[in-house]
Ligand binder design. Structure first.
Ligand code: HEM
Length: 119
């Protein structure tokens, strides 16, 4: 894994990850990581890493509040870089969040509408 790969988009990373479905590959910021060998050693357990498979895990990684040594350790698993600027937001990360917000707004509006009607 000495030669680093360069990807033009998140979709390109996902296509690469899909070719080798047994491996756990994800993105954090502009780095592409293959943590297949790290799974049994991750202090947070293998589950969050497997869940992050083939996604942009930047937010999940940040949410776990990793210490600096974790960030340094990551370099060992870096297989490449992705130029995200050229990428439209992948539906997989933006879609569900937006949908959730939309559902929440409709639910709140519905709640107040029903309350108003009952008066
Ligand atoms: C190569 C990538 C990664 C490395 C080297 C790494 C390393 C670590 C380390 C060292 C810890 C222990 C933190 C501590 O001592 O407080 C940790 C915890 C954790 N990590 Fe990672 N991590 C990686 C990727 C990820 C990703 C992508 C996620 C989520 C999608 C994640 C989720 C977590 C969680 C949930 C914990 C537990 C936090 C807690 O117990 O409070 N990690 N990780």
């Amino acid at each position: 894994m000495s030669k680093k790969l360069t990807f033009d988009s998140v979709a390109e990373v996902q296509a690469y990850a899909a070719k080798d479905a047994d491996r756990v590959i994800f993105i954090v910021k502009n780095g592409v990581y293959d943590v297949t060998e790290y799974l049994p050693n991750h202090p947070g357990g293998p589950t969050p890493l497997v869940m992050a498979k083939a996604t942009d895990a930047t937010k999940a990684f940040a949410d776990a509040d990793h210490p600096d040594n974790a960030v340094m350790q990551m370099e060992d698993y870096r297989i490449g870089t992705v130029k995200k600027a050229a990428t439209p937001k992948p539906a997989s990360s933006a879609g569900p969040a937006k949908l959730l917000i939309a559902v929440a707004v409709v639910a709140v509006a519905g709640f107040f509408a029903i309350k108003a009607l009952k008066k």
